[in-house]
Design a protein around this ligand. Structure first.
Ligand SMILES: *[C@@H]1O[C@H](CO)[C@@H](O)[C@H](O)[C@H]1NC(C)=O
Ligand SMILES: *[C@@H]1O[C@H](CO)[C@@H](O)[C@H](O)[C@H]1NC(C)=O
Ligand SMILES: CC(=O)N[C@H]1CO[C@H](CO)[C@@H](O)[C@@H]1O
Length: 501
């Protein structure tokens, strides 16, 4: 075989042209940049016009400016877009409560970091951090703080009907009876085991229940549950400031392991629809959602779900309140939680959340005071005679009119005064008063000031300190007025004037 004629000049020129065209086309982006065209912005679009690319979509999901047609404008509109945000004019990033067509509230993720001074609601963990592989080194249960009935523990294990505290002899936990009143029948069994036993029972790994969990371990509900749990938990940060700033991560869940969501038995699936009675947790459901917006509430069924699964679950941090374990002669049950070390401003983060939720955190008027009278008239709770009640309302209204104060008359009956009206009145008040009872506990959310006072009216032969200790522990003043006959003598109104002076 022999070569055809050597390449002539025309053929060499032709081959060089082909190679040149190939390199220019292959490196079109750089070529365009050399020619002064912003290749990154127009990438795709140019290529597709040239018939060599397939994508025409930028990072914002749109065609590059200059390549947009009317269809694109019809679909997308003229919204601006910034990385990390949905497109819009900026108002979509946050909306205060009460505004907007549906009264919905939303907050940008980066601002959630410091809602009400409570940081990192979602923590740092990712979807990949569910399983804990501990191998032979099983994490031990650690006591974080403890007073009778109020306990914080790290690494608490759940498996098949039992709760385990894993500890070697060097790590002593308080007696189980001071943590929980009931550890056996009717409630899943709780027991302390050695790391050796732990390895046998759980194996080498388990599923982590991340973040801070709260538990109301007593089988009967209590009006002080949220108060006592926050008191126990907040004692882990003794430097909470008067502006409610704390580094504590938000509690994620509150578990009622004894109680079902509904108090009546589950109806037959074919039964006609009827409204069912929800379990009384001891706090209004809105109160938990406004003051602890990241706290979900779980019931017996959820608790049983954990136990029905075949892997061990581990609470990263569990704060337990058990009123029955805390009951000590004469003292309100939550009093032992008050013995834990704390900041004097421990309640402020919670109050601030509530006040901000209601749009009443900023003090709007300095000289005028708000006074809230919470009454039980028309309900089965403790109350004044209708005549006394009417005189008191008139006298308070007179006082408010003369001194330029504002008076809120609030019924505990929710069909009469809804939750928003009630709490809005209370969070801006300097005085909250009413006949004795736990309905006055909402007074904990009143605006703190040297004058702020809860006035509780008692008949001659009754007195309990439940509200007094709670109210004083958050730095508010407290006065008990005995004998409702004082109403006619304007004793209550004088007490209001006293407190405000
Ligand atoms: C769970 O406990 C029950 C007894 O309470 C037992 O019969 C069952 O075998 C246990 N299941 C597992 C997976 O250990
Ligand atoms: C609560 O009551 C107030 C006053 O009666 C009313 O303006 C408001 O719309 C009510 N809010 C809700 C959520 O029902
Ligand atoms: C669980 C519980 O004790 N709930 C009570 C809380 O306080 C209100 C007002 O006094 C009662 O109506 C609840 O029954």
């Amino acid at each position: 075989m022999r070569w055809t004629a050597p390449l002539d000049r025309r053929e060499i020129g032709f081959i060089l042209l082909c190679l040149g065209t190939y390199f220019v086309a292959y490196n079109i982006e750089i070529t365009l940049q050399v020619l002064g065209i912003d290749a990154a912005a127009t990438k795709g679009a140019v290529l597709s016009r040239l018939g060599v690319g397939s994508t025409v979509i930028g990072d914002d999901g749109r065609k590059p400016a200059g390549w947009r047609d009317s269809l694109e404008l019809d679909i997308f509109g003229t919204w601006q877009w910034f990385r990390g945000h949905v497109a819009g004019d900026g108002t979509e990033r946050s909306q205060l409560t009460g505004s907007g067509r549906h009264g919905a509230q939303w907050v940008a993720l980066k601002d959630i970091e410091d809602v009400g001074g409570l940081q990192k609601p979602f923590g740092d963990s990712t979807v990949n951090d569910v399983l804990q592989n501990w191998g032979d080194d099983i994490p031990q249960t650690r006591l974080v703080n403890h007073a009778s009935g109020y306990t914080t523990l790290d690494n608490v294990y759940l498996l098949n009907g039992s709760v385990y505290l894993v500890t070697d002899s060097g790590n002593t936990l308080p007696a189980m009876s001071t943590i929980l009143s009931s550890t056996g029948a009717g409630f899943k069994e709780w027991q302390a085991i050695s790391p050796q036993e732990g390895r046998t029972i759980f194996g080498k790994s388990g599923s982590t229940i991340r973040g801070v969990s709260w538990m109301h371990a007593d089988s009967t509900p209590d009006n002080f549950t949220l108060f006592a749990l926050w008191r126990t938990y907040s004692s882990l940060d003794t430097s909470i400031t008067s502006s409610g700033t704390t580094s504590l991560p938000l509690p994620r869940r509150l578990i009622f392991p004894h109680n079902t969501f509904f108090t009546d038995p589950d109806p037959n699936v074919e039964a006609p629809y009827r409204k069912r009675q929800r379990f009384d947790t001891g706090f209004h459901p809105y109160t938990a959602k406004a003051a602890f917006p990241f706290l979900s509430v779980m019931y017996k069924q959820d608790w049983e779900d954990y136990h029905a699964m075949t892997v061990p679950f581990i609470f990263e941090r569990l704060v337990i309140a058990d009123r029955s374990a805390a009951v000590k002669a004469g003292q309100p049950a939550y009093a032992s939680a008050l013995s834990l070390e704390s900041s004097t401003h421990w309640w402020e983060p919670v109050r601030k959340n509530m006040a901000q939720y209601l749009g009443e955190y900023e003090v709007k008027k300095r000289s005028k005071k708000d006074i809230t009278y919470i009454h039980n008239q028309g309900t089965s709770g403790a109350k004044l005679s209708d005549e006394d009640h009417n005189i008191l309302v008139k006298s308070l209204q007179n006082l408010a009119w003369k001194e330029g104060h504002e008076i809120n008359i609030i019924s505990t009956e929710l069909t009469h005064t809804n939750w928003t009206t009630r709490m809005t009145g209370i969070v801006k008040s300097s005085i909250v008063l009413g006949v004795h009872g736990n309905h006055l506990l909402d007074g904990l959310f009143m605006r703190p000031s040297p004058q702020s006072t809860l006035l509780e009216l008692f008949p001659a032969n009754t007195f309990v300190r439940d509200r007094e200790l709670a109210v004083r522990s958050v730095g508010l003043q407290y006065r008990a007025l005995r004998d409702t006959r004082y109403v006619r003598h304007l004793g209550i109104v004088n007490a209001v004037v006293d407190a405000l002076s």
